[in-house]
Design a binder for this molecule. Structure first.
Ligand code: SAM
Ligand code: SF4
Ligand code: SF4
Length: 355
């Protein structure tokens, strides 16, 4: 039955990977710099003493990013997410969004941001054709939040950013909350209470072992099922039906009509089977998995002489060779910390690949 369903879903897809998964979503990390220093992503001390960022001269230009997106659209991509680092720090981001939103076949273009610069950009982004915004906010407790972002920002600033997005017409935001046991888990229920009934869906994200700087350990992960039970006791919730492909969050609705809540459970309930996402870094490396150790450089194909067909063929070839299912493998092996399975030190950092 599952295979029949998959065959139906794949019938119109130009390319599928070795596990039959189509390419439908592209996440673009437009730069790897950030005005925050979240401990789970870009801890300050992990950056010192080296050049951790891609030099700006190596960033793909807007024109080259547009060429990559056009190639991906031909291969089946309809959804784009702009991320980073902090994407709103990229000079000219509004123009880039406008270019990408105008591409025939791009059905949905979304942005993930820490929210602080939204008062400056929300209205311009709406005008440029951005469809959706996700704002990351880990706690409403001022001290906890300040500590988690490395002392760079305040809850008030992020709430101000959210208000600016609403003002600009982005009415149902997603709020991403990474939960770290012993760090912000005691503030999660308050955060949920704040956003219940607001039209914004909070997504609780299990702290992931992406990259190698964040000193991840399994004890810091709060499995989503703990939250489901806890939330259900306070505000009954009910699971929503999900499409098999492209699903990231497991979605629930509050039974009293106060909206939705999502759980991104990459550690405890991996979802590789429906993973339809390719990722590209600011310097044009294509990654077929968040936990990959190797990206594929597209820059050589973007030289003046490079044709659109060659680019499309290369991306198509990379996708059709893909067999990634890192989270599922770790889960199946019961290998919670995967140091033995793959050298962590070679994994791409979250702030470079963009989540
Ligand atoms: N700077 C933007 C932001 O924070 O929204 C966009 C880039 S950030 C890398 C994208 C998302 O990844 C954010 O929602 C962030 O909370 C999440 N993230 C970063 N590191 C993570 C980790 N180790 N585990 C789980 N989620 C993480
Ligand atoms: Fe910056 Fe986002 Fe990473 Fe925090 S999670 S350090 S805001 S890129
Ligand atoms: Fe996709 Fe890799 Fe994450 Fe699995 S581990 S869902 S293949 S990005």
């Amino acid at each position: 039955m599952a295979r029949q369903l998959q065959n139906v879903l794949l019938a119109d897809q130009p390319v599928a990977d070795r596990l039959g998964r189509p390419l439908q979503t592209l996440r673009i990390s437009v730069l790897d710099r950030c005005n925050f220093r979240c401990g789970y992503c870009m801890p300050e001390d992990a950056l010192s003493g080296r050049q951790p960022f891609v030099p700006r001269r190596h960033w793909l230009s807007d024109c080259d990013l547009e060429r990559v997106v056009r190639a991906c659209v031909t291969l089946g991509v309809g959804k784009i997410r702009i991320t980073g680092g902090e994407p709103l720090l990229r000079p000219g981001l509004v123009g880039l969004v406008e270019r990408l939103a105008a591409i025939d076949g791009v059905r949905d273009i979304a942005l993930t941001t820490n929210g602080v610069l939204l008062p400056q950009f929300a209205e311009l982004l709406a005008g440029a054709g951005l469809n959706r915004i996700t704002v990351s906010l880990d706690s409403l407790d001022p001290e906890v939040f300040h500590r988690m972002n490395g002392g760079k920002s305040s809850v008030a600033q992020v709430l101000h950013g959210i208000a600016a997005a609403l003002q600009a017409g982005f009415d149902s935001l997603k709020i991403n909350t990474v939960v770290e046991r012993g760090v912000n888990d005691h503030t999660v229920m308050d955060l949920l209470s704040h956003f219940r009934g607001s039209g914004h869906a909070v997504r609780l994200i299990e702290f992931m072992d992406v990259g190698h700087s964040n000193r991840w350990s399994p004890d810091q992960v709060v499995p989503s099922r703990e939250w489901v039970q806890r939330i259900h006791r306070r505000w009954p919730i009910e699971a929503l039906e999900e499409p098999p492909l492209g699903r990231v969050a497991r979605r629930y609705k509050y039974c009293d009509g106060a909206g939705e809540i999502g759980f991104i459970s990459s550690i405890s309930e991996p979802f590789c089977g429906g993973c339809d996402r390719a990722r590209i870094t600011a310097d044009g490396r294509l990654y077929t998995c968040l936990f990959a150790t190797r990206g594929h450089a597209l820059a050589p194909l973007l030289q003046e002489t490079g044709s659109a067909q060659a680019l499309e063929a290369r991306i198509g070839e990379l996708w059709s060779r893909r067999g990634d299912r890192y989270s599922e493998q770790r889960h199946a092996l019961g290998l919670i910390d995967t140091d033995d399975a793959e050298p962590k030190s070679q994994r791409v950092e979250m702030y470079r690949i963009g989540g």
